[in-house]
Design a protein around this ligand. Sequence first.
Ligand SMILES: Nc1ccn([C@@H]2O[C@H](COP(=O)(O)OP(=O)(O)OP(=O)(O)O)[C@@H](O)[C@H]2O)c(=O)n1
Ligand SMILES: C[C@](O)(CO)[C@H](O)COP(=O)(O)O
Length: 246
Amino acid sequence: MYNNYYVSVIIAAAGMSNRMGSKINKQFIAIDNKPILAHTLEKFEQCQYIDEIILVSKEEEVEYCRKEIVRKYGFKKVNKIIRGGKERQDSIYNGLLALNEKTDIVLTHDGARPFVRIKNIEDGIKGVLEYGACVIGVPVKDTIKVIDESKGIHHTPKRDLLWAAQTPQCFWTHLIKKGYEYAITEGIVGTDDSSLVEKMGHEVKMIMGNYDNIKITTPEDLIVAESISKGIDNIYLSKEFLFQGR
Ligand SMILES: Nc1ccn([C@@H]2O[C@H](COP(=O)(O)OP(=O)(O)OP(=O)(O)O)[C@@H](O)[C@H]2O)c(=O)n1
Ligand SMILES: C[C@](O)(CO)[C@H](O)COP(=O)(O)O
């Protein structure tokens, strides 16, 4: 369906893992006996519409990624492993500079989100064809408070319109490149890629994802991750029994 387009994904894996507090890059920690980063890459390798993967890693981990992740698990679509930058935004920018010149559509994804589903990837590509730019995400479950500097609650936004942004975030190549160039010119730093395109005044659509597409950030996430990898589908299978058909 999307084979007329050359689709590249930039996988950001060059972070510091500060909040995880691990001695090694959190993406090399094993879940279900396989490194988190290998779980992540596997999903894009298996998606028939992905043509190339640009892996962004810390300079000193490029060789480790090549040998212990890409070669060991036999990923064929990883065209380049390049070094990242200080912030996630810098790492993705390096990825944009390394794209194949044929690239029509760019997806950005966190190496630390190993439970992305092939359906999320396909929905993201479809979203680009329909809207030009889209983000996979989920409606928030908690009530969100906006606070001031002294932790006083400033206001409580209406929850119906609040969604948590995940990755992949998906764009026409020219649009995301323009967003990043605009951010450099204007000195904008965002915590995701979509916000840079939004700041330019271009609409970005939200596409329903899955709650289990978690970003592994703190140690508790590893416990949740082991459970997810054991099979969220099994939880749904037993739902009728657990919740008596509710
Ligand atoms: N300079 C950076 C910072 C982050 N990332 C990547 O972006 C993703 C999301 O970032 P996050 O979960 O915040 O990872 P870290 O930056 O490693 O975490 P922390 O902020 O706790 O150090 C991760 O896959 C991370 O490796 C990156 O490629 N380059
Ligand atoms: C891109 C992202 O995963 C969307 O939720 C998130 O913003 C990354 O932020 P982090 O500060 O690098 O964890």
